[in-house]
Structure formats: C-alpha cells, structure tokens
Ligand binder design. Structure first.
Ligand code: NAP
Length: 551
C-alpha cells in the first residue's frame, strides 16, 4: 500500500450530496466519526423524493414499520405510524424528526445544486461547482453521492408540451403546502383532468383524482399489473407490538431478497396441487404490500409458465373488478408478465374505471400527436383539459448522476464512460477512474432493488467502517479496480439474466424512450438480493477491501 501524499488541504474531508434518507444518515455517520463533512442539498429542505413527490395519493408500498431508520432506537420507540402504509406527509414528517434527533441540518447547505464535480489527480481532491452562481466552488477529499435512483423527473417527449394554457404538473415536482408536509391545496372539482403514465405513481394519482376531479381521463399506453395494497389504520395495539418486536422485523427484512417482510415460497408453482396453489394465490392477493410479488412461489419470476399462471390469475381479478370488459382488457398488460416490471400497489384503483366521471384513451390505437394550448391531441381528435398530470416517471437509476458533469481521472466524464462502455461499477459503489467518489443507491448497488432506507443503511454502515479504517491508516485515496468492476458488472448481468425481468424493457433494464440513446438495455441492478449483497460486502471487508486500491 503506497500512500498518496497530500499536496493541498481540502475545504472538507468529505461531502455528501443529497439530503434524502441515505444522505442524511451518511452525513451523520461521517460527522460522528470525526470527519469534517458537509452535506449538500439542491432543494431548500430535507427529504429527497418525499420532499418532492407530494402528489395526491403518494404513499409507500412498504409496510410502515419496515420503512425508516432501523438503527435509531429512540426513533423506533417514539414514532407512531398512523397507517399500515404511510402516506407521503407522514413519511416526510418522520424524516424531519429523524433529522432533529441526528441534529443534522447544521451540517448541510441547501439550495445548492451540484453542477460539476472534477477530480484533480495531483492534489487528490474533488472540486464541486454549483448551479447557483452565488455559491462558490468547494473542494473535498471524498464525495458521497446519495442522489437517489428515482430523483431525476422525466417529462415525456411530446411536441407542444409547453404550449398548454391550463395547469400542468409532473408528479415529482408537485406544488407544496407552504406550511405543512404534503401537497398544496389545489381544487380539482369541476376540472377536466388528464393523467399520462400508469406506473406506481400514475396508479396512486388516478385513485385520488377519481375521487376529486370533475372529469378524469386516463391516457393509457402500457398498463402494469397492480395488486391491492392492504392499507388501513395502524392501531395502538399493532404499534405496541411492532415496538416490542423490531428485532424480528429487522431480521425478516434482512433475510429477504428485497428488504421487505415477504419471502418466496420455497417451492415451484406446478409442484403444488392446483387447488392448493390457487388458494395460496388468493391469500397472497389479499395480503398486504408485495405479498404476491415477493411472496409467491419461487419460480414465478423465473419460469415463463409459472409466471403466465400468476399473470392469468391477476388478469381475472382485473376482469372481475372492472365492469366494462373493453376497458378491463386495456388494463391487462400484454407486453410483460406479472412482476416483470415494478408492481404498483393499489387501493380501489380498478374500481375508479367504473365511475361515470372517468374515461380512458387507448394510446396504442390513438397515439398522442401533440399537446396544444387546449389539451391533448391524439390521432382521434383533440381532448380538452384544464389540468394535465404527467406521471411519466424518472430518468431512473443513473439519471441523477448523468445530470451532473462528473469528471474523473484524465477529465473523463462518467456519463460518457457509461454511455460508451455501458455502466460498470464495483459493488455499485464506485466506477473505476473516479477515486474517492462513491455512488450510493445507484446503478448495480445492492440497495437499489430493495427497500431503500433499510438496504441503504447497510451501505452507509459499511462505507462508514471503511472510512474509519482509512482514517486510522492515513489512507487518502480509495479507487475501484478495473478488473473488479468488470467482474462485478458481469456478475450483476448474470443474476439479471436469470430473472424474466432481465429480458424485458423497463426502467429496471435502463430503457426510457423519452431519453435519447436509452433504447438499449444495460445492467443497472444487482438483483442477487439483500443477504447476498451483505455477504459480499462482509467478504470484501474481511479481505482488506479487495477490489479497491487503498493508497
Ligand atoms: P414509471 O414506473 O417509470 O412510470 C411512468 C409511466 O409513464 C409509464 O406508465 C410509462 O409508460 C408512462 N409514459 C412515459 N412516457 C410516456 C409517454 N410519452 N406517453 C404516455 N405514457 C408515457 O414511473 P413512476 O410511476 O413514477 O414510478 C417510478 C418508480 O418510483 C416506481 O417503479 C417505484 O419504484 C417508485 N415509486 C414508488 C412508490 C411507492 O412506494 N408507493 C410510489 C411511486 C413511485 P410505459 O411503461 O409504457 O413506458
């Protein structure tokens, strides 16, 4: 191990970009370790996605008790969730309380959006520049980018989108209640509202808009398979039980693939008698959260025949719940099987389509041609609206990194490197050629295809131990090895190809037709599961951080 000579003093030992769940915790841990750390946040406040996504109906798909900071005993004992699946305002309030306990705001600067991050080999320092002209650049030895895999909102590519005269919103940039944690008070009664996008966000917003809009029109491109959320009030008894059993909840999440309290049945679907398997699917469909997605037979996301069986089961549920069978057929996905794309969870979503104030435009038979000042023009004519809601998602997983000009050794841009060679990382934590620059919950990271607060805490804890080690040993530079990154990427690709979702176009595989050049699949996820990722991390640590050059 050769040590890098420090030729220049950095403004900060470390910076953490992002004040979401991951960034706040990482900043806290580094500060507690004695690092001179600065947290940087582009927005005016903390909360990350929960600060921005304030659209009506926004809530988590994880059971409330498994979403949050499991490491904080005080928070676990004092916090009382009010719903089985908490709504956005409550989650944001929780994050604010956590920040108070960590006393972390004082370590952050806000309204500071990083525009460029440049590594200088000679000084071994990163210089960060900001979009705000009045914010001076700063230098740091280590950069922890906790930018969020779903934090770069993406508008659709539709001509005339800026000509609309009514109100239009992207769900991830929703107007805020200036005095509270939720949405601004907006009146949709007597308004003609359009929703474009049918992912988890679109489904949630449609459920709510169905209740309040004068007229609601859903523009439907490809539907998703949705299953019931199973929400309800959190009783005091249940909350008391949770508080005294947190260790069990933690253990259950830690042993599951995606950090949720659901585990696959360790049997193949067709090995189980039909009557028994049908009863099981019924039970799971009625179960909470991702019961059916992450708790069905072990081969459902692997074997096309087993997958078709479950898809047919859910399709029949849609047919039962939607009265107009023409619309039911439109709402049954034809381009992918159940669970192959992210499954939105719903509460009376399908019943919305039975309401008189709700209609559907099938974009496959009548595509949108443009947005006009009055509304949405399709090949079938003009649909006039007062409000258009874009629930069109994100430049997922790598988008937040692509939107910063990140320059590593030799001035190489991370985005160019990823565009040219495909994404390559070691453990989803670093790309070779970008020393001391950590990507957290980004491409190929174990926390990305996971219950994020639960799984990102593992990353934070692991990196913090690494930082404790380098502090003690006087190490100045941590750099992922090229070969290690090649091997990690190949490993991620192999795991991905075992699952049907690895063979389907979606944000899981890097496809986004609203973004130029994103029509080819890339290896963006580590789908090996939480336990495997944890074992890998432990093994790397045990073997002197193998795969990293420490100097
Ligand atoms: P998304 O899953 O990417 O969905 C975007 C939707 O917009 C898709 O239906 C897409 O259609 C449609 N779309 C995009 N461009 C379009 C166009 N030009 N014309 C018509 N339709 C278009 O985004 P999201 O719903 O915001 O969800 C992203 C992720 O955030 C979720 O998968 C989930 O992980 C997370 N999320 C979680 C929660 C929760 O925990 N409760 C809630 C919301 C979001 P195609 O599919 O056909 O491209």
């Amino acid at each position: 191990m050769t040590k890098v000579a420090m030729t220049k003093e950095a403004d900060f030992d470390a910076v953490v970009i992002g004040a979401g769940f991951t960034g706040l915790y990482q900043t806290y841990r580094l500060r507690e370790l004695g690092y001179r750390v600065l947290g940087i946040e582009g927005s005016d406040n903390i909360g990350g996605v929960w600060h921005y996504n304030r659209y009506p109906g926004c809530r988590i798909d994880s059971e409330s008790e498994v979403y949050g900071y499991f490491w904080n005993e005080q928070l676990k004992q004092e916090w009382n969730w009010t719903e089985r699946f908490a709504g956005q305002p409550e989650i944001l309030k929780y994050i604010h309380r956590a920040a108070e306990i960590m006393d972390i705001r004082k370590d952050y600067i806000f309204n500071s959006r990083v525009k460029k991050a440049v590594y200088d080999e000679e000084s071994n320092l990163w210089t960060l520049q900001f979009q705000e002209p009045d914010r001076a650049p700063l230098t740091a030895r280590f950069v922890f980018s906790a930018l969020g895999p779903l934090s770069a909102p993406q508008m659709p590519k539709i001509p005339g989108i800026n000509t609309f005269k009514g109100q239009s919103f992207h769900t991830a940039a929703w107007p805020r209640d200036p005095n509270g944690f939720g949405s601004a008070k907006l009146d949709f009664a007597n308004k003609r509202v359009a929703v474009i996008g049918l992912g988890s966000t679109g489904v949630q917003v449609i459920q709510e808009m169905g209740k309040v809009a004068g007229q609601l029109t859903v523009f439907l491109l490809e539907p998703n398979w949705c299953t019931p959320l199973g929400n309800g009030p959190m009783t005091k008894d249940r909350m008391d039980y949770i508080k005294s059993h947190y260790t069990e909840f933690t253990a259950k999440c830690d042993s599951s693939i995606a950090g949720f309290p659901h585990e696959f049945v360790p049997k193949n679907l067709f090995d189980v008698p039909k009557e028994e398997r049908d009863a099981k699917l019924e039970e799971l469909y009625k179960g909470p959260g991702f019961s059916l997605w992450l708790g069905a037979y072990q081969d459902v996301l692997v074997d096309p025949a087993a997958n078709k069986y479950v898809s047919d089961f859910v399709a029949n549920k849609i047919r039962e719940r939607v009265k107009d069978q023409r619309i039911a057929e439109l709402l049954i996905p034809k381009d992918h099987g159940f669970g192959i794309k992210r499954v939105p969870l719903e509460t009376k979503y399908y019943e919305v389509y039975n309401q008189d104030n709700v209609s559907v435009v099938d974009l496959k038979s009548t595509p949108i041609t443009r947005i006009t000042p009055e509304g949405i023009q399709t090949t079938d004519g003009l649909h006039e609206f007062d409000v258009i809601i874009y629930a069109t998602g994100f430049d997922a997983i790598r988008g937040s990194w692509d939107r910063i000009d990140i320059r590593g050794k030799g001035g190489v841009a991370l985005k160019d490197q990823w565009d040219t060679n495909g994404v390559k990382t070691y453990m989803g934590l670093q790309s070779p050629g970008f020393p001391n620059f950590f990507t957290m919950v980004g491409p190929q990271n174990g926390a990305t295809f996971c219950n994020i607060p639960r799984c990102s805490a593992l990353i934070v804890d692991w990196l913090t131990e690494m930082m404790a080690h380098v502090k003690e040993a006087g190490i100045q530079r941590i750099e992922a090895d090229q070969q290690a990154a090649e091997e990690w990427t190949t490993y991620c690709g192999k795991l991905m190809s075992k699952l049907l979702l690895g063979h389907t176009d979606s944000w899981f595989t890097g496809i986004n037709l609203n973004i130029k050049g994103r029509d080819k699949r890339d290896v963006l996820l580590f789908v090996g599961g939480n336990p495997k990722f944890r074992d890998y991390c432990n093994d790397v640590q045990k073997h002197d951080y193998k795969g990293y050059h420490l100097s």
